[in-house]
Design a protein around this ligand. Structure first.
Ligand code: UGA
Length: 428
C-alpha cells in the first residue's frame, strides 16, 4: 500500500518504519525540517531501541522517505495522523496540531482522484475525530466523510523503549470506523501480525485508548497507596504483590510500587480525561485521586529526606536517574524533575546523573544542577542519594556502601541494602 504518515514523532516514526519494513511504501510528513533531514539521512530523531536501524533500512530500500510537503499525500491511499496532543496548562488536550494537520490533509484531498482513507492514530479526547478532524477535513476538501473519503480511528498502544516490539506484537488491534470498508482497509495494514482485532465505532476506539492508560495509571497509584500503608505497617508491598498478583483477575504487571508514573502519555491522558469529564458535568473523583497520589509520591520522598537530613539548606543531594523510565532518554513528566525542583527550593545542592537523559535534562532543569559523568562520581561526597529511575547500572551495591539512600524504584532488596547503607524505600 502507499501510505502517508503525518508526524515523525514516536508514534509516527515507529509506525512508518514498521510499515516500510513490512513492504509498504511510506512517506512521513513533518513540518520540522530538521526532523525530515535526519530521517532522510537514515537517522532517528528519537532515541528508541531498533528505530534507527528500521529507519535506515527503510530509506535504503526506498520504501521510506520524509518530506515537509503535504502534496505527497496525493500519491498515497491512506494517511495516518500521528501528531502530538500535549496538555494545556488547565489539563485539557492541545489539539492545535490535530486541527492544522486535518486542514492540510483536507486541502490536498480537494485534488485527490479516487477514494482516500484518513486514520487518526494520535491519542485524542473521545469525540475529537467526529467533532474536530472530520469537520476540518470536509471543510477544506469540499468532500463528504464516509462517502467521498473514509475516516477511521486506530489508537496505538506502544510503550517507549520497546515501541517496535509493541508494534509487531500487540495485545490487540483496535479499529473504529463508520462504514466497514474503511476499517477493513486499516486492518490490512496489520496483515501478518497476530492479535485479536476489535472493531468499534470511532468514538469508542478513542475511548479504548484513554481507558487503557487511565487504568494503568490507576493500578500504579493504587499500589503506591497500598505501599504507603504497608510501609507504616512494616510490610513489604513487593511481597504483598506476589500474593495478590497470582489472582488472574488482578495480575502482577504495573504493580511495581515506587516514585510514581511519568512520561508523555499517562499523566497527559489522565488529565485530559479528568478535564473532559468535568466539561461533561461529571467530576471523575477516582481519576483525580490517581493524579494526586502520583504527585504526592515525590512530596513524600522529599519529606523523608528532610526528616533524615533535618535541614536541606547547603546539603548535597545526588539524584540517580532523570528519565521517566529506564532505557529511554525521555524526561517528560519524569518524577526526577519535580524532585529536583523541590530540592533546589529547599536550598539543596543537586548532583544528577542519568546514562541517557542528561542532554534533555540540561535543557529544562535549573542551571544550578550539577551533572556527573558517572554514577560513581555522582554519589561521591553527597549527603544522600535518591534513586529515581531503575537503570540496571543503579543496581550496583558498591554505589551505596555507607551512604544514606532513598530508593524510589526498588533497585535494591531492602533487607540486604540495610546491611551496607542507611536505606529507606519510598513505599517499602
Ligand atoms: C504508556 C502505556 O503503557 C502504553 O500502553 C501507551 O501506548 C503509551 O503510554 C501511550 O499512550 O503512548 P509509556 O508512556 O511508554 O507507555 O510508559 P509506561 O511503560 O507505561 O510507564 C509509565 C510510567 O509508569 C513510568 O514512569 C514507569 O516508571 C511507571 N511504572 C510502570 C511504575 O512506576 N511501575 C510499574 O509497575 C510500571
Amino acid at each position: 500500500m502507499n501510505i502517508s504518515v503525518i508526524g515523525a514523532g514516536y508514534v509516527g516514526l515507529v509506525s512508518a518504519a514498521a510499515l516500510a519494513g513490512k513492504g509498504h511504501d511510506v512517506v512521513v510528513i513533518d513540518t520540522d525540517e530538521g526532523r525530515v533531514r535526519t530521517v532522510n539521512g537514515k537517522k532517528s530523531p528519537i532515541f528508541e531501541d531498533g528505530l534507527e536501524e528500521a529507519v535506515s533500512d527503510g530509506i535504503e530500500s526506498n520504501r521510506l522517505k520524509a518530506t515537509g510537503d503535504y502534496d505527497e499525500i496525493l500519491a498515497t491511499d491512506i494517511t495516518l495522523i500521528c501528531v502530538g496532543t500535549p496538555s494545556n496548562p488547565d489539563g485539557s488536550m492541545d489539539l492545535s496540531c490535530i486541527v492544522e494537520s486535518s486542514k492540510s490533509i483536507g486541502r490536498v484531498l480537494r485534488a485527490k482522484k479516487g477514494r482516500h482513507t484518513v486514520v487518526v492514530r494520535s491519542t485524542v479526547v473521545p469525540g475529537t475525530t467526529r467533532g474536530v478532524v472530520i469537520p476540518a477535513l470536509e471543510q477544506h476538501s469540499g468532500r463528504k466523510a464516509h462517502v467521498d473519503f473514509g475516516v477511521a480511528m486506530n489508537p496505538e498502544f506502544l510503550q517507549e523503549g520497546i515501541a517496535l516490539r509493541c508494534y509487531f506484537n500487540p495485545d490487540r488491534i483496535v479499529i473504529g470506523d463508520e462504514d466497514g470498508a474503511t476499517g477493513d482497509m486499516v486492518q490490512q495494514l496489520y496483515e501478518g501480525i497476530s492479535a485479536p482485532v476489535i472493531r468499534t465505532d470511532i468514538t469508542t476506539a478513542e475511548m479504548v485508548k484513554f481507558v487503557s492508560n487511565a487504568f494503568l495509571a490507576t493500578k500504579l497509584s493504587f499500589i503506591n497507596e497500598i505501599g504507603n500503608i504497608c510501609r507504616r505497617l512494616g510490610i513489604d508491598v513487593y511481597d504483598v504483590v506476589k500474593g495478590v498478583g497470582l489472582d488472574y483477575r488482578i495480575g502482577r504487571s504495573f504493580l511495581r510500587a515506587g516514585i510514581g508514573f511519568g512520561g508523555s502519555c499517562l499523566p497527559k491522558d489522565l488529565k485530559g480525561l479528568v478535564h473532559s469529564s468535568r466539561e461533561l458535568g461529571y467530576r471523575a473523583q477516582l481519576l483525580e485521586s490517581v493524579l494526586e497520589v502520583n504527585q504526592n509520591q515525590v512530596v513524600n520522598m522529599l519529606a523523608m529526606v528532610c526528616e533524615k537530613l533535618v535541614d536541606l539548606d547547603g546539603k548535597t543531594v545526588c539524584v540517580l536517574g532523570l528519565a521517566f523510565k529506564p532505557d529511554v532518554d525521555d524526561i517528560r513528566n519524569a518524577p526526577a524533575l519535580e524532585a529536583i525542583r523541590l530540592l533546589l527550593e529547599k536550598g539543596a545542592l543537586v548532583k544528577a546523573y542519568d546514562p541517557l537523559a542528561m542532554p534533555n535534562a540540561r535543557s529544562v532543569l535549573s542551571p544550578e544542577v550539577q551533572y556527573a559523568r558517572t554514577a560513581e562520581e555522582a554519589v561521591a561526597d553527597c549527603d544522600c542519594v535518591l534513586v529515581l529511575t531503575e537503570w540496571d547500572e543503579f543496581r550496583n551495591e558498591r554505589l551505596y556502601q555507607g551512604k544514606v539512600v532513598f530508593d524510589g524504584r526498588r533497585v535494591m532488596e531492602p533487607a540486604r541494602a540495610r546491611m551496607f547503607c542507611d536505606f529507606q524505600g519510598i513505599s517499602w
